[in-house]
Design a protein around this ligand. Sequence first.
Ligand code: EPU
Length: 456
Amino acid sequence: MTSLNQDAARAAKFVGLSADTITFHGGQPLDGRIEVRGAKNFVTKAMVASLLGETPSVLRNVPDISDVRVVGGLLDVHGVKIERDVEGGVLHLDPSAVKSAHMAEINAHAGSSRIPILFCGPLLHQLGEAFIPDLGGCRIGDRPIDFHLSALRSFGAVVDKLPEGIRLTAPDGLRGTKIHLDYPSVGATEQVLLTAVRAQGATELTNAATEPEIMDLINVLQKMGAVISVDADRVIRIEGVDRLEGYDHRSLFDRNEAASWAAAALATRGDIFVGGARQPEMLTFLNVFRKAGGIFEVADDGIRFRHPGCDLKPVVIETDVHPGFMTDWQQPLVVALTQAPGVSIVHETVYEQRFGFTDALVKMGATIELHRECLGGQKCRFGQRNFIHSAVISGPTQMHGADIEVPDLRGGFSHLIAALMADGVSRVSNVGIIARGYENFLQKLKTLGADFTVES
Ligand code: EPU
């Protein structure tokens, strides 16, 4: 696994950032219009799905983020021919020469990405074997892969743990099966979908995740020829087919990025029109944004988010799987909540360790206390287990500039907002990580009037 700094440097290099530290002069409202393109957490999975097709696929509305480049590199070492129109956001993926890759090659391309695990099903179908390196992703908890391996075993895969990673084979092919997830994991649901579509017979997945990004993956797989139904109560049924074709698909927008810019408008007393954002996928976020005092207006081509011009209001949030409040929305919003008079509470129920980013906010003057207890209406699986997973934010507090280091993707974006909101100068290092999931974020910040210099 690569280190945090290596990841940041690599992500920065991918998107042409000359340096990894940025100096911000805070205190200006962010004002203007920016566009969001396809969802990181869908696009990367749709790229993997192209491995299953007998013919080439075309993916549209693809953002220029380093995670897309990482998955592109992984597909490339597996023999997928990729043509990319970065500006137009179009990827052509031709899997006609898919081949096995060596663990070292996979490791070299994967960096800290967790996507390689989703290659397993498609590669087992196409080649009869798959390798996965030691997996990374954001440092926001343990992030085990037990659901993935247990699902793959249930399809008939044989899993061998090697010193450098994991090797999977399917000596008798993959067969449809019944799988129940102990928790509606996004990745494990995608794993089951990508494996079941070409397994022999029917698969029933209970307690599945149903995030919009998963529904869009189901759209892609259906276009390819898969037979998938989504029933009420988190049940997904898949009838395996012998052959899948390529797809032509336009990605849904990145609702996590849209929510981040919305929170930036609220925190900096700004006014941001997020082109490409849509209401249905953001319903839960919009309710909380309104309860916190934010004002939004939904248009055909995006959503305008703005500060009310008066005091914000404290809110109580519990993160949850869809249709709940997404875990990826809490970090940027916490920055805005430091400005709301009164006490806000955030109970994180998806990841056990996702408040590391608040250390920097406290250093900048925020009053945030972290607790082991479940401070929401529901008891979650982290209660009684010593995980610090509830935050109490008391506001308003005047934030001041500081030297801070980006810990992970969403926490990193929240640090940018904090630096822009604070009085004085902040130096934010490790910003390359933000390029994993936020397209052209520095260009967008400039468009919105942010005052910063990139250290060279
Ligand atoms: N989990 C297990 N075992 C498993 C898999 C998951 O215990 O085998 C647990 C995790 O530890 C976690 C919970 O289940 O506590 C939820 O994890 P999930 O599998 O749903 O998350 P993921 O697929 O690894 C994706 C996104 C995350 C997003 C989550 C939740 C991608 C690449 N990542 O992660 O996005 O927070 O779903 O919606 O799609 C981000 O974009 O910054 C990000 C972290």
